[in-house]
Design a protein around this ligand. Structure first.
Ligand SMILES: NC(=O)C1=CN([C@@H]2O[C@H](COP(=O)(O)OP(=O)(O)OC[C@H]3O[C@@H](n4cnc5c(N)ncnc54)[C@H](O)[C@@H]3O)[C@@H](O)[C@H]2O)C=CC1
Ligand SMILES: O=C(O)[C@@H]1CCC=N1
Length: 259
């Protein structure tokens, strides 16, 4: 399988990392910042000096540059044939219709990945031109399965998916940080607090999953009458923690719709 990747930043480097595990893949990569990608040169990873060469050598070309750099990339491939060539855009907020217009091509997939896939555990959403054959769609899904789960969703759900799934890790990091600093505030060392909080988050998810518990069941299991936990939950409700998080995620969603 010949795979191209244009733009080797946070997402592009995750794609290189995951795809290079499969030795049947030949990767052709390009970034304007040549120094950034020198380190990837390998038997199965070819560093190209032009965008057009990546597109011509690969069957499937991922474009993982910032949305405002898409034009620079598409300018270089606009006039090349799209016979047996497919573009897979990772850009937030750019619809299939935008991508057809920007690239002048129809063999286009739109995906929404996450940096969490560095660990192989992320979810990637996919939408594509319905005229693309089933075999090709199946090839792309198989390539994406190297990143974790693949979820085909209606394009109109991409904005919501992006915020929960792809911005999500940043929000989760922020919330974990608030727990970490709470631990420090009540007398724990940074390292002890981080260890406790990490185990609490990971253990809670494992427990919920293994026991198939509802979130409310776990909440009430831990809350003794007149006790410590319900006091903490009461304070969180008074401070509208849940409403504040919902509002922040809604604002991020609205921002994504405007990209
Ligand atoms: N960072 C994230 O967690 C996620 C990002 N995305 C989307 O993926 C895309 C890439 O995001 P990041 O990897 O975070 O960006 P980044 O800024 O880390 O990487 C972009 C790379 O593209 C290169 N570049 C810029 N112009 C270029 C050009 N004309 N030709 C070739 N390379 C060029 C830059 O040198 C850089 O290495 C964006 O469109 C973003 O919306 C999607 C999901 C999650
Ligand atoms: O913040 C951003 O715009 C991109 C989209 C999802 C994650 N990073």
């Amino acid at each position: 399988m010949k795979i191209g990747i244009i733009g080797i930043g946070n997402i592009g480097s995750m794609l290189v990392k995951r795809f290079s595990i499969n030795k049947e893949y030949e990767l052709y990569i390009y970034d304007v910042n040549k120094d950034r990608i020198k380190k990837y040169e390998d038997e199965n990873i070819h560093i190209e000096d032009e965008i057009s060469k990546v597109y011509e050598k690969a069957i499937f070309t991922f474009v993982s540059v910032k949305p405002n750099h898409l034009n620079d990339v598409f300018d270089k491939i606009k006039d090349l044939s799209e016979e047996n060539r497919y573009i897979i855009s990772t850009a937030a907020g750019k619809t299939l219709a935008d991508l057809y217009e920007l690239s002048g091509k129809k063999n286009i997939f739109r995906i929404m990945p996450t940096v969490i896939s560095n660990s192989g555990l992320g979810t990637t959403a996919i939408a594509y031109n319905p005229a693309i054959s089933e075999n090709i769609v199946s090839d792309v899904k198989s390539i994406l399965s190297n990143l974790g789960e693949v979820l085909e969703i209606e394009e109109k759900k991409f904005d919501a998916f992006t915020v929960l799934n792809s911005s999500g890790p940043a929000f989760v990091a922020y919330i974990i940080e608030s727990f970490l600093e709470s631990g420090i505030n009540i007398g724990l060392s940074h390292d002890d607090s981080l260890k406790i909080v990490a185990n609490t988050f990971m253990g809670t998810l494992e427990y919920l999953k293994n026991e198939e518990l509802k979130l409310s069941e776990l909440k009430y299991m831990v809350s003794s009458p007149g006790g410590v936990t319900i006091k903490g939950l009461y304070e969180m409700d008074k401070a509208a923690v849940k409403g504040s998080i919902m509002k922040a995620i809604e604002e991020a969603y609205l921002k994504n719709k405007k990209l």
